[in-house]
Design a protein around this ligand. Structure first.
Ligand SMILES: *Cc1c(COP(=O)(O)O)cnc(C)c1O
Length: 464
């Protein structure tokens, strides 16, 4: 399997290379040259397979010959053994037709672990094969950073530097990034927003001399391997809920558009999906685009679902490429317009977007009301990100709907306590998190300052 860039001006590469590259050299995102589909016999075998076994079936067509099935199976087994549920992503039915898919049973209590635990193993495997090392830089709106630091902290081949927006992540989120003691993981509080952090990461990738000097690699959801690893749980949910017979709809708490794009990929691979519902908080660039046909940036407002407090959804570029019939020239012109004018018109892509997705923006009031009502009616406490998707599922009534629960409520204890009056307890195993010593750097929103920090800490750059 070869991969091409959404901007059409980067080299075609195999899975191992795009795994390490993250962003393409022309500034675009990688996508497979063609979409593999799973046979109906393969899909029909899923109800009897474990999560890790389903992962192998879903991911193997994308890794091609680069990684053997046996190696992939071993890495998947190890990755999902770190979860505190034998089902890995258990389902919880709230009422007939409405089921929550809990993606937060990994080591940092958010869905990012599902992909990151596998990604770290894939990267170490490929680097070991090549006798190479890498430096990972990533931007986080809260959860990616902890998941990356947790997944890579035992890596001998990778240094990780995570940028998070100062004061805009929860204490639990920050502590998951700042309490691991290993010397190869670093957290930086940037004086800026998540979008500033994301722009800094893009800036480092576009600085080719710097990029080569530290063997820069990315683990944001622009990394294709993460999206692929997230496709698994769409198939898993269907296998447990309907035996992959009737179509399901999915409501997905959406920020960077990675998670919901994985659902779009699952559909392309043959999973019967009815509606894909984009659930946003008050940062509603995607619902506005679906409603008006214009994708236009606006300032970020902080909400109780900080992992979705972003103004640009990076992975939307992948969708634009697909929706336009893979027109890289069009994608380039839309992205140029976004960079210079902060907006672009969807034009002929608008009807396609409306056919592929429904979209709902949940206000802070909607979220609070939904968390309280769900707890009162079913006893289930949803975190604020999950609540956005519960609100969306309610507004876009469908047949059987699965709501992706992307974080454990205890990851956002202040918000949950303010809404329900009760402080959600952290699960077993997290007793030390709130008292362990923290270690992090505070830096200005400046590419020079961040690059200087990375050069000082990367073992690739310093050669030690
Ligand atoms: C990252 C994150 C999201 C958004 O996912 P995207 O793939 O960026 O759309 C939603 N909820 C939580 C809890 C997250 O950590």
């Amino acid at each position: 399997m070869k991969y091409i860039s959404t901007r059409g001006e980067a080299e075609r590469l195999g899975f191992e290379d795009i795994l390490l590259a993250g962003l393409a050299r022309d500034g675009g995102l990688y996508l497979p040259e063609s979409w593999p589909t799973l046979s109906s016999e393969t899909i029909a075998s899923f109800p009897k397979k474990s999560f890790a076994e389903i992962a192998v079936e879903v991911i193997a067509p994308f890794t091609g010959d680069d990684i053997t099935r046996a190696e992939l199976a071993r890495m998947a087994e190890e990755a999902y053994a770190t979860f505190n549920s034998t089902e890995v992503t258990p389902l919880h039915t709230l009422k007939p037709g409405l089921t929550v898919l809990e993606l937060f049973h990994g080591p940092t209590l958010a869905f990012k672990d599902v992909a990151m635990q596998l990604l770290a193993r894939l990267m170490d495997h490929v680097l070991a094969k090549r006798g190479a090392r890498a430096t990972i830089v990533g931007a986080t709106s809260g959860d990616t950073g902890g998941a990356a630091i947790e997944a890579f902290r035992t890596s001998k081949r990778v240094d990780v530097v995570i940028l998070f927006p100062e004061g805009r992540v929860s204490d639990v989120q920050r502590r998951m990034m700042t309490t691991p003691k290993e010397k190869n993981v670093h957290a930086i509080a940037v004086r800026g927003t998540f979008d500033d952090c994301q722009a800094l990461v893009k800036g480092m990738f576009n600085d080719h001399a710097f990029r080569d000097r530290v063997e820069l690699s990315g683990v944001n959801s622009i990394n294709w391997a993460r999206i692929v690893a997230q496709v698994t749980y769409y198939f898993y949910a269907a296998s447990r809920l309907t035996g992959v017979k009737g179509p399901l709809s999915f409501a997905v708490p959406t920020g960077n558009f990675g998670d919901i794009f994985a659902g779009y990929v699952a559909k392309k691979m043959g999973l019967p999906i009815d509606k894909l519902i984009i659930a946003s908080n008050e940062n509603d660039i995607l619902p506005r685009a679906v409603e008006t046909g214009v994708y236009a940036m606006k300032g970020v407002v902080p909400t109780t679902s900080p992992s979705m407090d972003i103004q640009v959804s990076s992975n939307f570029e992948r969708y634009l490429f697909e929706a336009s019939g893979r027109d890289a020239a069009l994608v380039r012109s839309l992205m140029t317009s976004l960079a210079s004018n902060g907006r672009f018109e969807l034009g002929t892509l608008w009807p396609t977007l409306k056919a592929d997705f429904a979209a709902v923006s949940a206000s802070e009031n909607d979220v609070a009301r939904c968390i309280r009502a769900t707890a009162a009616e079913t006893g289930y406490v949803a975190d604020p990100h999950t609540a956005c998707a519960l609100v969306a599922a309610e507004r876009v009534p469908q047949g059987e709907t699965v709501v992706l629960a992307t974080a454990h409520p205890a990851k956002f204890p202040d918000a949950i306590e303010a809404i329900t009056g009760k402080n959600p307890a952290l699960p077993k195993g997290f007793e030390h998190l709130m008292t362990d010593e923290e270690r992090f750097e505070v830096l200005p929103n400046s590419l020079d300052a961040i690059e200087e920090f990375v050069l000082r800490h990367s073992r690739v750059a310093s050669g030690v």
